[in-house]
Every structure is written in C-alpha cells, then in structure tokens.
Design a protein. Structure first.
Length: 368
C-alpha cells in the first residue's frame, strides 16, 4: 500500500466515477503530451490523457494500444470540436501581409507561406476509433461533437468530460450529457475551451479559477475538475476547498522527461515567471495561453480578422522552422500557463505520487 492511500481525499466523486486512485488528471496536450507521459500518470493513480487533436484514427488506435500494453489503468482520450475551417481570401491575404516583413527578414520565399493547415474536429472516423478501442474517458475541447456522435461515445461506455470557461458553458455541457465539467480558468496554458462565443472580447472577460470554480460547482450537479495555474499541492488543495472534485494539470508536467517538450521549450518554461505568458490568438486563430515571444509582441497578442482556426499555423510553419534552426523561439507557440515557474523536472509518475501525497497531507493538516 502506498503511503498516500492511507490518507483519503475529501471528496471521491471523480475518483469513483473514473476508477482512479487520485483525482488528478493529466491535461491532454496535443503535440507535447506523449503516451509515455499518460502511462506514468495513470500508473501513479491519476488519469493519464492523450491529446489526439491532429492525429489520424489509425494513430489514435496505435497510441491506445501502446498505452494498454503497458498498463491496465484508465485512460482519457481528448479531441477538439472546433467548426471546420472555412478559407477566407481576405483574411488570408491580411495574415500573409502581417507576416511578410518576417519572410523578408529571413529571405524566405513568400510562396512557402501556406494558407492551409489541417486539424480534423472529432468526426465519424475518430468516433469509430473510440468505439473500437473504448477508452474509459473521452474529453472534448471547444464544446462537444454533434449529438449523434456524442451518443455513440457514451454508448461505447466512455465517461465524457469537457471544459467550460463560463457558468453558461458549464450548464450547457451538463444539459448536453457530460459526466464531468472541467472548469478552465484564465491562468490555464493552451487554448481557451470557450465555445459559446467567438467574440474576442471574451478573452479579456475570462474568469480566473478562484472565481470560476465555486460558481460552476453551484450551477451543475456533475463533478467539477479545476484547471488552470495548478502546479503543486497547494493548488490542488485550493481546488478542493473551492468545491472541485479534482484537478487537471498541464503546465506542471512540461518539464517531465516523458513530455515531448523540445529543449528550447523546456528552456523557456524553466526561465518563465508568473507574468511570462500571454493570451494570444496569433499562433492558431483561437485564443490560447503561451509564453510571450516576438510574434505575440510584434503582431499580437490579439489580432482581429484572422483566418479560422487552425489555418494561421500554415503560414507560420516556414518561419518557425527557420527560427528554430537558430534555437530561436520567436515564432513558436510554447503553450504554458501562469503556473510555469512551479513546474519541476521530475518523472511524471514520481511527480503525480508526490502531488497526491503532499495534497493529502495538506488536507490532514487542515482537518486538525
Ligand atoms: C502544452 C499544452 C497543450 C495543451 N493542449 C490541449 C489539448 O490538446 N486538449 C485540451 O483539451 N487541452 C489542452 N491544453 C489545456 C489543458 O487542458 C488545461 O486547460 C490546462 O493545461 C490547465 O492549465 P495549466 O496548464 O496551468 O495546468 C493544453 C495545455 C498545455 C499547457
């Protein structure tokens, strides 16, 4: 028996629902999370997640098979539910002209600036992969898929989670049948889950986690997981004090050796301060929190009239590649939350056990 299992969590709705020991969810991190990271977190008793945005159904199947070969613990598989991008010549031209000075500076052929970049939203073929491999949990970002697809995911026996950035979104998710609402605060790294508005003014209005969690907890009956800026046991304990049934952590794992964080990305996280990240839409066309860099400063952080998500990434690819050749992070999105300075370079299984143990000790101390 591990030392932490002799102490108990103050609330067990999430752990009971998902069949996990600790109410700690590894944030799905498309492109940066790995199967090895998910295995480590699940082995430690948390919920390992795979960020499958950008993966083909075959790749999703392979990733789940690799996970299953290494552990029989529960797994969460995550997809995006954005509307399919519609190319718009005016917005494309405006984006290409915003990047033209950088193309000139690096002597890059403007023809390299592709106006195309694809990430499939959750669709028929990805749903078939879910039905075939039946992960214990499926989480969605940017809302939910159309009702028939959602019904099939639930019929496959998967618990469904999705993120809300407002009380209205949380209510809608519950009414649509999710089993768990993830309350995503302003502090969070990566894309805002915001799905009820495309108004860029919502970026400045997004609530912080301390205000958001209790208000969502009051509004819905399903368990609520807190996400955003939580990177140590104090944050986990605070999430429970606010009424959450669990915590989802992403940035906290960016320095773990299992993460696919590149060396310049790791360096940026290691040197981050609480104010180093910014909410910006310039990397993908949707607001997201990343470590500020030249692109967010010179072009962003917020640009109106960008091409639809994720098309802006197409024209950035050549610039990113050129800059990265010189170890420059000027055009690369290093997604990270305000908790980045709290991230520790510790293997994810050890980190998860440590976070659980320290949070449990904190609850015991508070109960005295
Ligand atoms: C590097 C990175 C990538 C992310 N990618 C995804 C993703 O693919 N799917 C998703 O639902 N959320 C994604 N998120 C957001 C997380 O789900 C979560 O809201 C966030 O990590 C919580 O805040 P924290 O980073 O401060 O822990 C990502 C976050 C980070 C830091």
């Amino acid at each position: 028996m591990s030392p932490s299992s002799q102490l108990s969590w103050p609330e067990r709705r999430l752990t009971d629902l998902l069949g996990i020991e600790h109410p700690l969810v590894l944030a799905p991190m498309a492109g940066t999370g790995t199967v090895a990271l998910a295995i480590s977190v699940s082995e430690a008793g948390g919920l390992g997640s795979l960020g499958c945005a950008g993966m083909s159904p075959h790749q999703v199947g392979q990733a789940i098979t690799t996970f299953r070969a290494r552990t029989n613990k529960p797994l969460n598989v995550n997809f995006f539910c954005h509307a399919q991008a519609q190319p718009d010549p005016v917005r494309t031209a405006s984006w290409l002209s915003a990047l033209a000075p950088f193309y000139h500076e690096f002597a890059l052929d403007p023809a390299l600036a592709s106006s195309d970049f694809g990430i499939q939203p959750f669709n028929e073929s990805l749903c078939q992969a879910v039905e075939e491999y039946k992960p214990e949990a499926v989480s969605f970002h940017f809302g939910l898929p159309a009702a028939p697809l959602l019904t099939r995911v639930k019929a496959a026996g998967c618990r469904v989670l999705s993120s809300a950035t407002t009380v209205g979104e949380a209510r809608w998710l519950e009414a649509s049948g999710v089993d768990v609402v993830i309350a995503q605060g302003y502090e969070a790294g990566g894309h805002r889950a915001t799905f009820q508005t495309t108004d860029l003014g919502a970026v400045a209005r997004q609530p912080g986690l301390f205000a958001l969690v209790p208000q969502i907890v009051d509004a819905v009956a399903v368990p609520v997981v807190a996400a955003g800026g939580i990177a140590d046991a104090r944050g986990i304990a605070a999430a429970f004090a606010l009424g959450a049934s669990g915590a989802q952590l992403g940035t906290a794992y960016l320095l773990s050796p299992e993460a696919a964080t590149s060396s310049i990305y790791r360096d940026a996280v290691r040197h981050a301060q609480v104010e180093s990240s910014v909410l910006t839409n310039v990397f993908t066309g949707r607001p997201a929190r990343a470590i500020a860099n030249r692109l967010t400063a010179d072009v962003g952080p917020i640009v109106r009239q960008l091409p639809d998500f994720p098309l802006p990434m197409g024209a950035l690819a050549a610039l990113r590649a050129k800059a990265e050749e010189h170890e420059s992070r000027d055009f690369t999105p290093f997604w990270a939350g305000q908790g980045a300075p709290l991230a520790r370079a510790i293997p994810a299984e050890k980190l998860t056990r440590m976070l659980a143990q320290l949070a449990l000790e904190r609850f015991r101390a508070l109960a005295r």
